[in-house]
Design a protein around this ligand. Structure first.
Ligand code: FAD
Length: 416
């Protein structure tokens, strides 16, 4: 379906009864060139770029539920490229550049809003670490501004500057960071892939892999077997469970992460603000709700719901940073299953099974990676070699001793 101002007007006058479905609902074919497992943001972006950049359209995306029913529709929508390490920063900066042109590219309103992301610092050593990070960002072509306390006072006058347990000393600001409407991103990619001939098949869980002589030749699904020359898994929080069906064990644990939205308030938060003395990040949606989150719950699970101690912990961090939040009422909260890797960095790689590819380990940060993840995964699938900015995102990096330990927390997924 195509959109235009004229169509909006006509539908408004006609009671909005003439809108058609945005993508087809095809039955699975017996065979495809490429099967993408998982209809989240990354799977849909991969299919879109396969079709658009490489002309590969004999492709199916198999989704066990509805499109974007996983983390793509559950995250706090923050986009940024403020990473430090060379294995990460060029990848996330590519993503940022793709975000900047995304709506024009797929001709869909994804509400990409570059309102800025500021990471607060509360001590001199933390300032020095942020200065270093900002320099690394500049070297990768990203934008970063180190603000002092006065700069933060002007940007976020609502923070507690006078009686804070952890006084705010300044922050690292990325003006090009911001937010995007999460499910619209998935819908935009879905529409673009469908228009180019990709089959988006919902309610089609992959239940096994067909492997013959060490080569993956297709998948078993809830709707029968489907053959494929290549199978590309990107199921985020279900990574361990799905790859176990091919006999592969991953350096990934699944944890639940919760998100929170307050009642609608007048505009107050300028962009995204993150606390430097606890794990708390907050932005404000266009409807006025404060959208915030904090740490994972801290135990392994595949359940898409969290527990009350973390609600308390997140709200305490919010109160320590901006006590006014205590007067806002919490409207809703939910959980998503995170694919936490051992060093906090993701994977886009071939596996030890020929024809079977893996994309996962996105931890807290896979939404911002959606465009680059799809772009680089499509490159890997089409050319059978990693994209230049994703050469370090390999599954064997722990064996080789080349972890991308952005946080310096070691092989402890609960700390990333
Ligand atoms: C509460 C929360 C807040 C977050 N906030 C941010 C943020 O602010 N910024 C940021 O960058 N990132 C954030 N993230 C992380 C981000 O949402 C994820 O890293 C990213 O969405 C993962 O990629 P995806 O969109 O493809 O995953 P998903 O949307 O989870 O897609 C995976 C899909 O695979 C499907 N699937 C699973 N098993 C099978 C099977 N056997 N067969 C077929 N399909 C299957 C699932 O149903 C699902 O639809 C957050 C996550 C959560 C939960």
């Amino acid at each position: 379906m195509k959109y235009s101002g004229w169509k909006v007007l006509r539908q408004a006058l006609g009671g909005n009864k003439g809108w058609e479905p945005v993508w087809r609902d095809p039955a699975p074919k017996p065979a495809y060139d490429i099967i993408v497992v998982g209809g989240g943001g990354h799977g849909l972006a991969t299919a879109y770029y396969l079709a658009k950049e490489y002309g590969l359209t004999n492709v199916a995306v198999l989704e066990k539920s509805w499109l974007a029913s996983g983390n793509a529709g559950r995250n706090t929508t923050i986009i940024r490229s403020n990473y430090l390490l060379p294995g990460n920063e060029p990848f996330y900066e590519l993503s940022m550049k793709l975000w900047e042109n995304l709506e024009q590219d797929f001709n869909y309103n994804a509400m990409v809003s570059q309102r800025g992301v500021v990471n607060l610092y509360h001590s001199d050593p933390q300032r020095d670490a942020f200065a270093r990070r900002g320099n690394a960002m500049h070297m990768a072509g990203a934008d970063a501004v180190l603000l002092d306390e006065q700069g933060i006072r002007e940007l976020c006058p609502f923070l507690d500057f006078d009686n804070a347990r952890f006084p705010v000393k300044g922050g690292l600001w990325q003006p090009r960071g911001g937010t995007a409407r999460h499910d619209a991103v998935a819908w935009g990619y879905a529409r673009g892939a469908d228009q180019r001939g990709v089959d988006l098949i919902q309610n089609c869980e992959v239940t096994g892999f067909q492997v013959k002589n060490g080569r993956c030749i297709g998948v078993e699904t809830a709707r029968g077997p489907i053959a494929a020359k290549k199978v590309a898994v990107c199921v985020a929080g279900s990574s361990g469970r799905v790859m176990a069906q091919a006999g592969l064990r991953l350096p990934i644990e699944s944890h639940v992460l919760q998100a929170f939205v307050s009642e609608g308030l007048k505009p107050i938060i300028p962009g995204v603000v993150t606390f430097g003395a606890g794990h708390f990040y907050i932005s404000q949606s266009d409807k006025g709700g404060l959208v915030f989150g904090g740490d994972i719950d801290g135990y392994n699970t595949y359940a898409q719901r969290g527990n009350l101690p973390v609600v308390e912990d997140v709200c305490e961090s919010g109160m320590a940073l901006m006590p006014m939040i205590g007067r806002a009422r919490l409207l809703r909260m939910w959980g998503g299953v995170m694919d936490m890797s051992m060093d906090g960095s993701p994977f886009i790689d071939k596996t030890s099974v020929d024809g079977l590819y893996f994309n996962g380990g996105w931890c807290y940060g896979g939404f911002k990676a959606t465009p680059a993840s799809g772009w680089c995964y499509a490159h890997l699938l089409a050319k059978d070699e990693p994209h230049p900015v994703a050469t370090e995102l390999r599954l064997d990096r722990f064996k080789r001793g080349h972890m991308i330990d952005e946080k310096g927390a070691g092989a402890q997924p609960n700390l990333h």
